[in-house]
Write a protein that binds this ligand. Structure first.
Ligand code: FAD
Length: 511
């Protein structure tokens, strides 16, 4: 499926007369629903046209001028309006165009993307969130119409990061719901960086990668990333025997790590939203990575806290390519002397570690002027976000109420993060993961079960189905208890598997 900015779109959309790529997303009856389902945009414009219609051809450059602002990796104002078009002169789209009562070309509609899914429009219909755009004849008119509709003041000459409208609003709790797309983006970007640097080089880095994937399978807040991670885990031992991965640079050839998309094939989209900086070089990936780690930490259970801590520390140390960052972070990991026993421990550790980084960077950025002027570093959360987190504060010192901070983080990166995120395009994921797990869980010969896969199954199943989890973990335990090599190598994973298995079977009993 397509989504604005995705590689597939950038590749697949046609060229216009000047030889430049189109920015509006060309839809057809097959792709129609999935594009509207996958987009992070709040609004959509849908143009129905016919390729033989001369007026439509003349209108295209106008429509493209507006689409350039909103669509694609180079969008000036990404993630807000999805610009699309459907060619009604193609046989396959006839029914679709009929459903929208198209009686002339071009005809433009406006609405929330999800209202277009399986949608239709009838001129007699009184109340519909899909409306006809009546002032569209030039790029200026269309953009004015959109500006009025969403209360913006975008201009056709806007330049990227020139007039940022995404100002930070410290007290807006809801902003975090935008972060889900960035978490997906950062997850895929991290994976792409690992591939680009051929960073899985040994069985040690392989194990580190596997452990982090296990965390993602069980606790990534996005379902499609959980599914993608599970698929990689299940295939890991074939893809990277003894930690030796084959990196096909040319293409995402089949049977190499490159053929997998950790968060689905439409990610990366090419831009960040919650983590969007006001300058090209600020925020983005590293912000997304923090948000990913916080969102993982609030989802783990007590028995997994030490495993999660090690998995995160090792992942950053092995795969975060910012040398200073990973060194500092590694030092902070090493300074932890007592193993974590509670989920609360790791949530608060990550929060205070992040604040130590903020504090250090604030000094650097203030003196060097290298920070994002619209997102200055601060000790977080500010009072506007969590008043009750503060017992008292002076210029130099904050006395935190750690119980309140924990409560706040759980809610902010837990429930709030997913509150307005639409589950999209992943309806089959649970079944697919469980099916993949079952396929792997009943081998006739235990020795052929790949190590990574076996562990993946245990965790993936735990995340997705209590009964299946219990049964499968029993299968795994039975196999691996016989093999001291596996036991040694994955000792800590066993703890997690067993804890999860215990939790899940307890839950199952309760049910
Ligand atoms: C592991 C790691 C180590 C890094 N080390 C360095 C380094 O040594 N030197 C360097 O120059 N850069 C480092 N970076 C990058 C740096 O921390 C920022 O990510 C980057 O400067 C972008 O900052 P930002 O304003 O987007 O906010 P970020 O610091 O990236 O934070 C992202 C979002 O998380 C939330 N947040 C902020 N603080 C907290 C907190 N304490 N707890 C929970 N949520 C919070 C806020 O909503 C914020 O917008 C590191 C990044 C990572 C992931």
């Amino acid at each position: 499926s397509f989504s604005p900015g995705s590689r597939s779109i950038l590749r697949d959309i046609g060229s216009n007369i000047a030889g430049q790529k189109d920015n509006a997303v060309e839809l057809n009856a097959t792709k129609f629903d999935s594009v509207f389902q996958d987009t992070p945009a709040k609004y959509a414009v849908l143009e129905f046209f016919a390729h033989w219609c001369p007026a439509c051809r003349n209108y295209k450059p106008h429509y493209e001028k507006v689409a350039r602002l909103f669509n694609g990796a180079e969008a000036i104002h990404p993630g807000l309006v999805l610009m699309t078009r459907v060619d009604c002169a193609l046989k396959m789209n006839v029914k679709l165009c009929d459903k929208f009562s198209i009686n002339h070309y071009p005809m433009l509609f406006w609405g929330p993307p999800r209202k277009f899914i399986g949608g239709s429009w009838d001129p007699k219909q009184e109340k519909s969130e899909i409306i006809v755009i009546d002032e569209w004849r030039t790029a200026d008119l269309l953009l004015n119409w959109i500006n009025k509709k969403i209360g913006s003041s975008y201009g056709l000459d806007d330049q990227k990061f020139g007039n940022e409208h995404l100002l930070p609003n410290l007290s807006d709790h809801e902003q975090i719901s935008q972060a889900m797309y960035d978490i997906e983006e950062a997850t895929e970007e991290a994976f792409d960086i690992i591939l680009a640097h051929k960073a899985i080089k040994s069985s040690e880095t392989g194990v580190s990668f596997i452990r982090f994937l296990q965390l993602l399978v069980a606790h990534h807040p996005s379902e499609r990333c959980r599914k993608g991670s599970a698929e990689i885990l299940v295939n890991f031992d074939d893809l990277c025997p003894s930690g030796e991965c084959s990196y096909d640079q040319e293409s995402r050839a089949k049977d190499t790590l490159r053929s997998f998309h950790i968060c689905g094939k439409d990610v990366p989209r090419g831009y960040y939203m919650f983590c969007r900086g006001s300058k090209n070089e600020t925020r983005g990936f590293s912000c997304g990575l923090w948000v990913l780690m916080h969102s993982l930490s609030v989802r783990i259970e007590d028995g997994e806290s030490q495993f999660a801590f090690t998995a995160i520390c090792d992942f950053i140390n092995n795969f975060f390519m910012c040398d200073d960052c990973r060194r500092h972070f590694h030092d902070m990991c090493l300074s932890v002397k007592t193993p974590f026993k509670k989920a609360r421990d790791i949530v608060l550790w990550l929060w205070s570690t992040h604040n130590k980084v903020n504090e250090r960077l604030k000094k650097d950025e203030d003196s060097l002027g290298t920070g994002d002027p619209k997102f200055p570093k601060m000790i977080w959360p500010p009072k506007q976000l969590c008043q009750s987190c503060y017992l008292s504060s002076t210029q130099k010192n904050i006395d935190w109420d750690h119980d309140e901070v924990y409560k706040f983080l759980k809610k902010y990166y837990g429930q709030k993060l997913v509150s307005s995120y639409k589950k999209n395009g992943v309806g089959a994921s649970k079944e697919e993961v469980v099916a993949a797990a079952e396929e792997m869980a009943v081998p006739t010969n235990a020795l052929v079960v790949p190590v990574g896969a076996a562990l993946a199954i245990a965790l993936a199943s735990c995340a997705f189905g209590a009964l299946a989890c219990y049964w499968r973990t029993q299968q795994k335990n039975r196999k691996y208890y016989h093999n001291p090599h596996y036991l040694k190598r994955y000792n800590s994973n066993y703890m997690v598997m067993n804890t999860l298995s215990h939790n899940e079977s307890e839950r199952e009993k309760e049910r």
